[in-house]
Design a protein around this ligand. Structure first.
Ligand SMILES: Cc1cc2nc3c(=O)[nH]c(=O)nc-3n(C[C@H](O)[C@H](O)[C@H](O)COP(=O)(O)OP(=O)(O)OC[C@H]3O[C@@H](n4cnc5c(N)ncnc54)[C@H](O)[C@@H]3O)c2cc1C
Length: 247
């Protein structure tokens, strides 16, 4: 998996502060210099004042101003299963690589067995990995080897069948029905900073699946570079909160 920041609002924290201060200012924020907008906020420098205000907003649950800055991420090589989970979030916009217009006819099924084009969960090769809702705990070496062989054989076979169906003239949009849910997909997703915190509340949590957690942690790392005061505070004070209140 690879996650990159494609595009994002410039000066996101200045925008958050302008939006928030608008609510309590007599003057018009649209024609007031930013230094004056922040004049009443505690702090020695403009940066300190932004920090004071943003921490105050997050502490008090005043989340509206965080809806103004947006970020767009490009995500490469997540499973269709992970994609189904993240696309449940209704305030995120998505573009998903099509399996109707992109056909995987040049992938060697032998490479699929080794991890190309299908995400192979860590539990497949780690006998000690214990996931949620698993009937057994760690397994013996023979069982682990059989599980791994069965998994790899199945995904290889699925790609062989898919390519044969294409050769027999089936359209990619119908041949794809035989592909595994672990098949990789690329997507672009956009969301505002408030939604990013909400997604992280749900998907960076311990009960979320390892793949979407990994993706969310990557998104959070990029968010901390893009919007540092907000997401450093989120990471240290809000992440893994007991109560998941939509921010
Ligand atoms: C560990 C885990 C397991 C899950 N298992 C399942 C499962 O088995 N089956 C399944 O179907 N889903 C499952 N989900 C998905 C989950 O139920 C949500 O659909 C998904 O996480 C989207 O989050 P959200 O409900 O907060 O909505 P979002 O779309 O992210 O919306 C953000 C917030 O906006 C508000 N909102 C949005 N739309 C509405 C609306 N129509 N009415 C009222 N308020 C709204 C809510 O406050 C909501 O929290 C699981 C999620 C997790 C994290």
């Amino acid at each position: 998996m690879e996650v990159t920041l494609l595009e994002a609002t410039e000066n996101p924290e200045r925008l958050i502060c302008q939006a928030a201060r608008n609510d309590y200012m007599e003057e018009f924020v649209g024609s007031t210099p930013f230094e004056d907008v922040m004049d009443d906020v505690e702090g020695d420098s403009l940066e300190d004042r932004q920090e004071t205000l943003i921490h105050h907003l997050l502490e008090h649950g005043h989340f509206g101003p965080f809806e103004h800055p947006h970020a767009t991420f490009a995500v490469k090589g997540i499973s269709r299963s992970c994609m189904a989970q993240i696309t449940r979030h209704r305030h995120v916009s998505f573009d998903i690589q099509s399996m109707r217009y992109v056909s995987f006819d040049d992938v060697d099924p032998a490479d699929v067995r080794d991890g190309e084009m299908v995400v192979i969960p860590p539990s497949v090769s780690d006998p000690d990995w214990v996931g949620r809702n698993q009937d057994t705990g760690a397994v013996d070496a023979e069982t682990a080897a059989r599980r791994e062989e069965l998994f790899r054989e199945t995904i290889e076979g699925a790609f062989e069948s898919y390519q044969e169906l294409l050769e027999l003239g089936l359209p990619p949009e119908d041949a794809r029905y035989v592909l595994p849910i672990g098949t990789e997909v690329n997507m672009v997703m956009s969301m505002n900073a408030r939604m990013l915190m909400h997604v992280a509340d749900m998907r960076a949590a311990a009960d979320a699946q390892w793949e979407i957690r990994t993706m969310t942690e990557d998104v959070l790392d990029l968010a901390a570079e893009w919007c540092p005061i907000t997401f450093e505070y989120y990471n240290s004070e809000m992440k893994n909160r007991k109560n998941r209140l939509a921010p």
